[in-house]
Ligand binder design. Structure first.
Ligand code: ATR
Length: 287
């Protein structure tokens, strides 16, 4: 019997997960299909319940379902609980268990693709939404020296900072608004963008959240946005002479961790990267 897995999101027009996950299954000749399942919020409960059938390995979950899906599952792991979001569901017998592999994917992409060891580093995180939460928890667990969370809505940044502090992972955490951002960036070893600024078809696709003059040369700039691959922020980072890293690697590594949970096999990471890069190029070429 061909096993099934896929991704729930809404809308789901441009996901490249089907391309690189299918490539991984095919690499091992596992009889499984990875499908795109665009699912409106009112249909989520019904669609998730289908995963209990033994034909299913599990699923990925993306915007806007990552938080809401939790109440439909039988359990979640500690990362999903801290971050408050699930991006991977695994059918374990009759149980549906939720995981969050975003933080892991983010940290692995930073260390392996960016050659960046977060321990002892000063980090500025732009944004305070779901993607920011994954980055903040992932980095805090890696022993960074300080975390400054900057967000358009400053209260949201302060709330996330307070939560990370209370979790006891690091003490040097603060939240701030845009006016104080330049000073925080001038002392940063790593600047991470988790906002949707610069995202293809996003509300602010031509913009960079910060300009080159705000970016220190001896800094790594990581944009979680993966489309376009060379975002306005990464262009500013290059101008400043800093290291520029795009978000595709995070997407692949979070997916690789999901693949390993579904199959118990080591994810063929190079195969997944090649398929992901191809799918992204095709998408850009046809848009
Ligand atoms: P996700 O789950 O992808 O992180 P989200 O929870 O909606 O999505 O968070 C989006 C983030 O991008 C937020 O930090 C948001 O700032 P606000 O909290 O002030 O809304 C940020 N963001 C979105 N558009 C932005 C813009 N034009 N300028 C600055 N920040 C923006």
């Amino acid at each position: 019997m061909t096993k099934l897995t896929g991704i729930f999101g809404y809308p789901l027009g441009h996901s490249i997960s089907p391309a690189f996950q299918q490539a991984a299954f095919d690499h091992y000749a596992i009889s499984a299909r990875y499908e795109a399942w665009p699912t409106a919020p009112e249909d989520l409960k019904r669609e998730i319940s289908k995963l209990r059938n033994e034909r299913y390995l599990g699923a990925n979950v993306t915007v806007p379902h990552k938080e809401k899906v939790i109440s439909l599952l039988d359990g979640i792991d500690s990362w999903a609980e801290s971050i408050g979001a699930v991006n991977t569901i695994v059918r374990e017998g009759s149980q549906l268990v939720g995981y969050n592999t975003d933080a892991f994917g983010f940290v692995r992409s930073l260390t392996e693709k960016g050659n960046f060891d977060p321990e002892g580093k000063r980090v500025v995180l732009l944004g305070a939404g779901g993607a920011a939460r994954a980055a903040a928890y992932g980095l805090a667990k890696e022993g960074i020296a300080s975390l400054t969370i900057a967000n358009r809505t400053v209260e949201r940044a302060e709330r996330l900072a307070e939560e990370i502090r209370r979790a006891g992972l690091i003490t040097n955490v603060s939240g701030l608004g845009s006016p104080e951002l330049a000073t925080a960036c001038s002392e940063a070893d790593l600047i991470v963008n988790s906002t949707s600024v610069g995202m293809w078809h996003g509300p602010d696709e031509e913009s960079s959240p910060i300009a080159a003059k705000t970016i220190p040369t001896a800094c790594v700039v990581y944009d979680m946005v993966y489309n376009p691959p060379f975002t306005p922020l990464l262009q500013e980072a290059r101008k400043a002479g800093a290291v520029a890293l795009g978000g595709l690697a995070m997407l692949i590594y979070q997916g690789a961790a999901a693949f390993e949970k579904w199959t118990g096999r080591k994810a063929p990471i190079n195969v997944m990267f090649a398929a992901g890069e191809n799918a992204l190029s095709d998408m850009i070429a046809t848009s």
